[in-house]
Design a protein around this ligand. Structure first.
Ligand code: PGA
Length: 257
């Protein structure tokens, strides 16, 4: 059975004090690892250490939002995998649509990052998703195929135990428009079938596929009840304990056998 996973992507939000307050608040309401839901928060780089300290020993893991694939050296402005591991990161988000669209990240670059993280033992949350224009042109599955094949190039089946996929339709991110449960389930099932044909049935059955895009307390339960939705990657609603906790609770009750 796939364990549910709810991760908060804080994006470029919070300051030192508010980041620690948010993290401490979460650690208080999730004081120990939950039996059937993994929980993580991914703050901006400058606050990783402080947030890591605030959630230490609780049921909340630390993740980062990006990384560079080279070993430490002359890469001004970048952050190495070793640095994330050193401050206690257990996850890194890669290939988020904002990095693809705004920072120009390609599948080729993302696959370098994915492979480097997996080689160094840092588990990855790999984001994929189509734009509105692509969906309207019936290109959703083709886009997902391209992103999956490109971003996972060179990743062996044995490494997939350390990869979580996040399906995030670009048109649903930060817009308040959520994919319907049918749209989410259909895309997730497509991704699972892709994993089966690229890898094997065991990888397809074991890989967690999160939904992301305007997840909130009101829609979390119905999304998380879908058979191929194994959790949520949450942006806006992860910035307040009162918004994030109900999503974690929905994941706790949604898991099917
Ligand atoms: P949102 O962001 O929940 O604010 O839509 C999700 C994400 O981009 O990971």
């Amino acid at each position: 059975m796939r364990k549910m996973f709810v991760a908060g992507n804080w994006k470029m939000n919070t300051l030192a004090q508010s980041a620690v307050e948010l993290a401490s608040g979460l650690a208080q309401v999730v004081p120990a690892r939950l039996a059937n839901v993994d929980v993580a928060v991914c703050p901006p780089f400058p606050f990783l250490s402080a947030v890591g300290a605030a959630v230490a020993g609780s049921g909340v893991d630390l993740g980062a939002q990006n990384v560079w694939f080279e070993k430490p050296g002359a890469y001004t402005g970048e952050v190495a995998i070793e640095m994330l591991a050193d401050v206690g990161c257990r996850w890194v988000i890669l290939g988020h649509s904002e990095r693809r669209a705004i920072l120009g990240e390609t599948d080729a670059l993302i696959s370098k990052k994915v492979n480097a993280c997996l080689a160094k033992g840092l588990p990855v949350i790999l984001c994929v998703g189509e734009t509105l224009a692509e969906r309207q042109a019936n290109q959703t599955e083709a886009v997902l195929n391209t992103q999956m094949a490109g971003s996972l190039a060179g990743v062996e089946a044995s490494a997939m135990a350390h990869v979580v996929i996040a399906y995030e339709p670009v048109w649903a991110i930060g817009t308040g428009v959520t994919a319907t449960t049918e749209q989410a389930q259909s895309a997730h099932l497509h991704l699972r079938k892709w994993l089966e044909s690229r890898y094997n049935p065991a990888v397809a059955a074991a890989t967690r596929i999160l939904y992301g895009g305007s997840v909130k307390a009101q829609n979390a339960a119905s999304l998380l009840e879908q058979p191929d939705v194994d959790g949520a990657l949450v942006g806006g609603a992860s910035l307040k304990v009162d918004d994030f906790l109900p999503i974690i609770r929905a994941a706790e009750t949604a898991r099917k056998s």
